[in-house]
Design a protein around this ligand. Structure first.
Ligand SMILES: Nc1nc2c(ncn2[C@@H]2O[C@H](COP(=O)(O)OP(=O)(O)OP(=O)(O)O)[C@@H](O)[C@H]2O)c(=O)[nH]1
Ligand SMILES: [Mg+2]
Length: 341
């Protein structure tokens, strides 16, 4: 009997012999995109017959615990500086374009023209871009731009768009000013400081003016004005990320956590990993099977983390109590596995 895996049709007949995984992964003739599609198909076909979880069990978690109180101060400081500002540049993560924006920012500061920049487009699936734009327009967002700070894609569109917005709006007591001032707002870690640095690099050929980091909470206070362009003369005010204290649901909180907007330890690395696993499975994205050399996809986070820990060789020493005293044993390091996932 052949040892090749097969998939049985509903009527019991065998319909599709599957090549062994290594054959697919190493075949030199197959283009990488096709190889990836084959791997996806292969993982899908090896998936358990039972369906994936229909719902994510949030286990009675409370969103309120995830939001640090100091953010209220940030918002207060922003309001104080609003009189120096002609336009709001709201940066958000393009991977979650319809969730997790902070409505308080708009409520408190929204008297100015507003441009929504959906950054990190390099990490987002933009297949349904026109649908996203439609939904946002229905929510009243009129000016939207997708950007990627790593390649400066679309960054050059920001200055002309802001100039046009400011010229076609009421400038209040700032009408005598020749320069334009923008305030960059948004939830933490979406790339606000990176957008500022990219605009500045593009127009002034100057280096970083605002600190950037992979953790949320890098920008701590409303900063002094940073010049980003000469012609037209334009300044930007960087601000700390501010989350909404009234986040709509735990699931939206988990999406924000997955995008690095909330510090991992506040939510729990294993919970974030479990939500990612749930999302990937529902979208039939099984590349993790190949990445961690697993035999098939799974829907149980403990099984997943154990496989990852074993694959990465991530273990930790733990003390266990036995009848004859303490014993130190080596166990999989679930936390390290969750961080890698
Ligand atoms: N892939 C990708 N990463 C980005 C992009 N823009 C920023 N980043 C990364 O995202 C992380 C956060 O960037 P920051 O510019 O510090 O974000 P921020 O919104 O200012 O963060 P806080 O000041 O903490 O609120 C950094 O690791 C950046 O390198 C992008 O367009 N694509
Ligand atoms: Mg910042």
């Amino acid at each position: 009997m052949s040892s090749q895996p097969t998939v049985a049709a509903g009527n019991g007949s065998v319909v599709l012999p599957l090549p062994p995984p290594e054959k697919v992964a190493t075949s030199g003739q197959v283009p990488p995109a096709q190889q990836r599609e084959e791997m996806r198909l292969l993982s899908f076909l090896r998936a358990p017959a039972v369906g994936w979880r229909e719902r994510f069990d949030c286990g009675g978690r409370e969103v309120a615990r995830w939001f640090p109180g100091h953010m209220a101060k940030g918002l207060k400081d922003m309001k104080k500086r609003l009189h120096q500002v002609d336009c709001l540049l709201e940066v958000h993560d393009a991977r979650i374009p319809l969730s997790g924006r902070n409505p308080m920012l708009q409520d408190a500061l929204g008297v100015r023209p507003h441009l929504l920049v959906l950054n990190k487009m390099d990490l987002a699936d933009l297949t349904h871009k026109s649908r996203i734009l439609e939904c946002l327009e229905q929510q009243g967002v009129k000016h939207i731009l997708f950007t990627d700070c790593l390649k400066d894609e679309n960054i050059e569109k920001i200055v002309p768009l802001v100039t046009e917005l400011v010229h076609s709006s009421q400038r209040y007591q700032r009408s005598e000013n020749i320069e334009t001032s923008m305030m960059v707002i948004g939830v933490p870690n979406v790339g606000k400081s990176s957008v500022i640095n990219s605009i500045r690099r593009l127009h002034l050929k100057k280096g970083k003016a605002s600190s950037v980091g992979a953790e949320p909470g890098i920008t701590r206070a409303v900063l002094t004005r940073i010049q980003v362009c000469d012609r037209p003369l334009m300044f930007l005010l960087d601000t700390p990320g501010v989350l909404s204290p009234r986040i709509e649901s735990v699931e939206i909180g988990l999406k924000l956590a997955l995008c690095g907007t909330i510090r991992d330890h506040l939510v729990g690395e294993d919970v974030i990993a479990d939500y990612l696993l749930y999302t990937l499975n529902r979208q039939q994205q099984f590349s993790y099977v190949e990445r961690y050399k697993m035999t098939s996809p799974c829907d149980d986070v403990e099984t997943l983390l154990k496989s990852i820990a074993v694959h990465l060789g991530k273990t930790r020493r733990v003390k266990v109590l036995t009848g004859t005293g303490d014993m130190t044993v080596t166990a999989p390091n679930y936390n390290a596995a969750a961080v890698d996932f």
